[in-house]
Design a protein around this ligand. Structure first.
Ligand SMILES: N[C@@H](CCC(=O)N[C@@H](CS)C(=O)NCC(=O)O)C(=O)O
Length: 491
């Protein structure tokens, strides 16, 4: 099953961006493989140096740039008319306010990690251009987060801690590396770039071309990048009709094999931020120092393209793009580990000896069962279920204890079994920030292994830095009995 990644870089108060984002959504509805497209929203701040904490009337802002009133009215009138023609009405550009958009981007970067990138960007544009609401201050942004179903306390923490500031800057830097000077900037499968808010038909055309042709594309005639906002302001075509239905082309990297030898060119891990099975693959990729991209999905609201790709409706999925081949999907975490071991360079994470290797595979499967027991433990609805799940985990840990060599599973070398169990201990660590579990009591080798894994850089960086908050948030939402201090004597 094929699928395509579409990345869109935009700013928030940029009028072409709201329109470009909307036109991309319309194009994906028209594109016959739209359900097989993963859209990744990325940040591009047109003027990161704008002072924070202040806003200005957009009209005055444009006047201060030296634009005559009549020109401003004509320019904005045309943008508003084009927006209205696409169903965006009201679309208030001039009687609005501008300011530093960093915080709104930080909120969006965080929401992307929860699989809510499309929702938050849609809501930010609707709030700003449609309802003339502020997208600059913490309280307004927290309210917007709540309206797309994000946890408002967590959103406030993200906005006040500024933890996502660097992620926003990194997004912008990446767009520049890819050749963007303004936004909106849309990149299809990292092989074709569309600059400016292009008409829906042009976007559908570009999607079809990239879908059907993964070799470098011929230059399309009549390139138009005039519906674009840059650091110095927004350009407007003379008339809407003067804009060509063609798209600007830019090949970012080679997409066909020169040698005829198949080899991995790009790996994308389709993930959820707290999934322990996903972490196994992330840890292995980091241990092997293999580059990869991450696309998050919201498992509570699985997108159609994901359901089309995932035979079991689960993450992780590994999308593998090789020169000269259709992209392929590998599913099941243990199989992904095997595939990485066989195809990537970097440290080997399986033993050389066939019997030892088979033993390691057996213990990885055992680790999957422990994760299932832990899931039962954290979702138990009554004391009996809680006791049974707790006993199942402790029994399995007791069986594991004598097989551990230490400090890692098989000795000094990191292996796939370590990658498989690190997420088990991470979940226990998170739970134990609230209640003791006693799951590792009396198991000194497992205890030492747990801390060795927790200190490992590949393990530490395998999750978003608010993992504990997100994971415990899920447990609280499910009213986990485990988190009730009254039940802590059971485990
Ligand atoms: N056996 C699978 C388990 C993967 C799994 O359970 N993933 C969970 C998230 S951690 C999932 O996608 N659940 C969604 C669902 O079951 O609807 C593997 O090892 O990859």
């Amino acid at each position: 099953m094929k699928f395509m990644t579409v990345e869109i870089w935009t700013d928030i108060t940029c009028p072409w961006c709201g329109l470009g984002n909307h036109q991309l959504n319309l194009a994906l509805e028209k594109f016959k493989h739209g359900k097989q497209v993963a859209v990744v929203h990325r940040s591009f701040q047109l003027d990161p140096s704008t002072p924070e904490g202040e806003t200005w009337s957009t009209r005055e802002f444009l006047q201060r740039k030296g634009l005559p009133e009549a020109q401003i009215e004509a320019m904005v009138g045309r943008i508003e008319a084009m927006a209205a023609a696409q169903g965006l009405s009201p679309y208030v550009v001039l009687d609005n306010r501008v300011g530093n958009t960093s915080r709104a981007h930080e909120l969006a970067a965080w929401a992307r990690e929860s699989g809510k990138g499309a929702q938050i960007w849609g809501k930010l544009y609707a709030a700003y251009f449609g309802e003339v609401r502020s997208v600059f201050d913490v309280d307004s942004l927290v309210a917007i987060a709540g309206e797309v179903g994000l946890d408002t306390d967590a959103a406030r923490e993200v906005l006040t801690s500024r933890r996502y500031r660097n992620a926003v800057l990194a997004d912008g830097a990446e767009a520049q590396q890819l050749g963007s000077t303004g936004v909106p900037f849309i990149v299809l499968d990292r092989s074709f770039a569309v600059s400016g808010a292009q008409p829906v038909e042009a976007l559908v055309n570009a999607l079809e071309q990239v879908w059907g042709n993964r070799t470098p594309l011929a230059e399309l005639a009549g390139a138009s990048d005039d519906a674009v906002c840059g650091p110095d302001g927004c350009l407007v075509p003379q008339t809407p009709d003067s804009r060509s239905a063609a798209t600007k082309k830019s090949i970012i990297g080679p997409s066909s094999s020169q040698s005829g030898q198949p080899h991995v060119t790009k790996l994308t891990l389709i993930s959820a931020p707290t999934c322990p099975f996903v972490q196994r693959a992330v840890i292995a990729l980091k241990e092997k120092q293999v580059d990869f991209d991450v696309v998050y999905v919201d498992l509570a609201d699985k997108p159609d393209w994901f359901l089309a790709l995932s035979p079991l409706g689960k993450v992780p999925l590994l999308k593998v793009e090789r020169d000269g081949f259709e992209p392929a999907i590998v599913f099941e975490s243990a199989v992904i580990l095997e595939y990485l071991e066989e195809t990537t360079s970097g440290d080997k994470l399986h033993p050389q000896d066939a019997l030892e290797r088979a033993r390691h595979r057996s213990w990885i499967e055992f680790g999957s069962q422990v994760l299932i027991d832990l899931y039962r433990l954290t979702t138990a609805k009554d004391e009996a279920a809680l006791d049974a799940a707790s006993a199942a985990v402790r029994d399995k840990f007791a069986r594991l204890e004598p097989t551990l060599v230490g400090p890692l599973f098989g000795g000094e070398r990191f292996s796939n079994v370590d990658a498989a169990f690190a997420p088990v201990f991470r979940q226990i660590d998170a739970i134990e920030t609230i209640v003791p579990t006693g799951l590792l009591d009396g198991l000194p080798r497992l205890g030492a292994w747990r801390w060795t894994l927790a200190a490992r850089p590949s393990v530490k960086t395998a999750v978003p830095d608010d993992f504990v908050q997100q994971y415990l948030g899920h447990l609280c939402k499910n009213v986990s009995l485990l988190l009730k201090p009254a039940s802590s004597d059971v485990h």
